[in-house]
Every structure is written in structure tokens, then in C-alpha cells.
Design a protein around this ligand. Sequence first.
Ligand code: PMP
Length: 441
Amino acid sequence: SSMLCAGLRRWESRNVTFLSAEFPVFWEQAEGVNVWDVDGNRYLDLTAGFGVAALGYSHPAIAAAGGAQLRQLPLGMGDVHPSAGKVELLEFLSRLTFEAWGRGEAKSILGCTGSDAVEAAMKTAFLATGRPKLIAFRGSYHGLAYGAMEATEMGDFQKPFLEQLAKRAVFLPFPNCWHCPWGKGERSPSECDAGCRSALAADLKRVFASHSVGAVLVEPMLGRGGMVLPPDWFLPLLRQVADEEGALLILDEIFTGFFRTGPRFACERWGVVPDLLCVGKPLGGGFPISACIGPAGVMDAWPESDGEALHTSTFLGSPLGCRLACAFLEEIESCRKGLAVEEKGKRLLAGLSESRFPASPLKNVRGSGLFVGVEVTDRHGRPDAALAGRLVSALLKAGLILLAGGPDRHVLSFTPPLVVTQDELNWSIATLHSLLERIGR
Ligand code: PMP
């Protein structure tokens, strides 16, 4: 792996994360929740590869579907000569979303990445409302293509490009009760009071009054932004304000979708139905495919095109992607009860909350289903990115893949494959606790 490391340094552009030369890991094979590297080490992947491998790696049903499709018809001609599988997927997406929510049939724009889905939603909202701006939230991550990056407000992603951005988004605080943006101190979402709700309601009113806003774009729970669960008033407030202002509510469920947080979609927790829904990550069972989904009445803001398509791409609705997505959806829909996501998530939360020694640096454990975060803090209770980094490295050496996220890079983020077993989670928690006792602060 040291040769591979040198190759990366030589031939890959520096925009990506620099691999730690101390312990470089190159993946070679993966099955279920396990990954093997080129040196033969085995890891339990508590990230599910950025939240993608919901059913684990190399799931037999998905592998079989993909293999057969590759042999039969790997690609089509985008929107010009699509495959029958594309229609099957479009119908499936309609059935699992707006039809399930009693809002009638939905139409979709397919894409390859999460950024594609978000940008399709941004275009749709502009066509539907004619209003160019959107409201987005600090700490959110919607992708890094230029359009999606306009709405991504975390880390330094925008920084080198600020002068070039169209500045389509107006940012408001995401209600993070553990670090209250309205200065109410540290609490849990259940303790969040009406004060924060009215503060945000006033902010929303002010932005709608001063800008031409056509959409509110939001992750129902912040993923890369630090695994933040909002208080229960948040999503219903956005729904209400969007309705009052005639704007669209776009939910980015690229990370939270398909049972990651317990229900099929995180918005179901609050009974909120969006106008546009973005999905991606796990949808293709590991293959890159995404979608922006909306009720026909919203999506028909796109004018009928006679001749050239208004929005398409070479790989739009690729036969391979559509087949894999259908295989993923069939499989997860048929086994979802047995996955026991909520139950495993509750036990993971409890395990992480158990302090094995006084002055544990772990704080503010939170989550929903298998979407869980815990903050790593210093002795004053402040974010400790350095310790989080040391923990992530030590865990990797111990055979556990975990990432730290959040604006301060101090939130350990647990998003294991939904097929992870209770024993595997117990082992992970025990490994984390024993490492903490060893390296402490
Ligand atoms: N939205 C959310 C909520 C995400 O978590 C991500 C990826 N982490 C994206 C959008 C962007 O997806 P992609 O990297 O596939 O463009």
C-alpha cells in the first residue's frame, strides 16, 4: 500500500482528502458489513461507505441483478431510447413516496449523484415559482457541484470560489439544540422551547420579505454537518411558512432516506410532506443513481419539450442503475421489518451514552435509527477535533471504520449498514470504550 500511496500523491489532484501515510487503507473487497484492504486486514464499516451500503456490501440479490443486467444491457441512450427498467424504477419511486403519503402520483428526474438530484430540484423550484433565491441552512451539505455547492454551508467548500458563486441561497441557522444558534445554551431537542421557534419564524419572514425566495431546501437531519436532530417544531414550521409564502419545500433525504433513521423517510417522523424530495446514496445498492421526486403538479412546471431535452445527461436512467435501484428497493421493502433499525439504533444510543469512566470525552449522544452521532470534547466540554481524529485512527487500526463530521470535525458519526447485527454493534461500542480508556484525553 505504500506504492499505492505514492501513486495517489503523484497522479491524483489534491482536492481530495489526503490519505494518512501512517496507516493508508486501500479497499480490495467487501461483503456484508466487512471490508478487506489490500494488505488483508478486515474492518467493520460503521459508515456503510458514506451511508450508501444500507443492505451491506455485495448483497446477493443486488449482485445477481447487476451481473445479469451487465450481460444483457449495460447502457441505453439516456432519455432518447430508455430501457423498460427505467419505467419500473420511476413507478416504484412514485409508489414509495407521494403515493404512500396520499398525494397522488409523482414524477422524477433521475441523476447519478446527490448533487444531480439537488440541482434538479433547484431548477424545478425555479421553474415552478419563477423566484430565483432559496433559503438553506448553516451546517448543511447538499453536494459540491456548483449549483449544489451554493446551498452547502459547512467546512471551507465554498471558500475558494466565493467570488464566482451566484449566491442563490440565503442561509439561516439550523436549530442545533446542543449548540443553540440563538444562545440558549446546551439542551436536548425535547427541551427546546418556543423562543427558538419564534426566532426562526421571524428570520424566515424577514428573508421572504426581502428576497425573491422560491424554495426552502433542507436536510431533515444534518448528516455531514454533525448528525444533528432538529426539535420537533422545525420541519412543520418550514412546511407552514413555505405554504404561506407560496414557496416549495425541498427535502434532501439523500442521507436519511430509505429507513436509515427508522421510518422510510425521515420526514415521516413529523408527518411532513415535501414538494420535492431528493434521494440518492443507497438507492442503487452501491451504484451511483439519484432522483428528484415530486407530485406531477409540481414537476409539470417543466415545459413539454419538442425536440431537444431541457435537462438530461448521458447516464440518465442508465439501465444498469435502474435495475440495481429496483433490486435494492425490492429487497429493502421486503426485509425492512427484520432490519429492526429503530431497536438497534436505541441500543447504540444507550451503549454510547454509558460512561465507563468519569470524564469521558463523549458528549451529546443523539440520533434516530442507525443515524447516530456523539461529540468528542476536551476537558472544558469544547469540540476536540484532534482527539476525534486520534480516535478515528485508533479505531481503524482496531478494525473499525468510522468518520468524524460536523463543522468542527468532532462528531463521531455512526451510519452502519442497516443489516449490522446487535453483536457487531456491541463489539464496536466495547472497542470504542476500551480505546477511550487507553487514550483518554
Ligand atoms: N445531500 C446530502 C444530505 C448528502 O449527505 C450528500 C453526500 N454526503 C449529498 C447531498 C451529495 O451527494 P453526492 O456526494 O453524491 O453529490
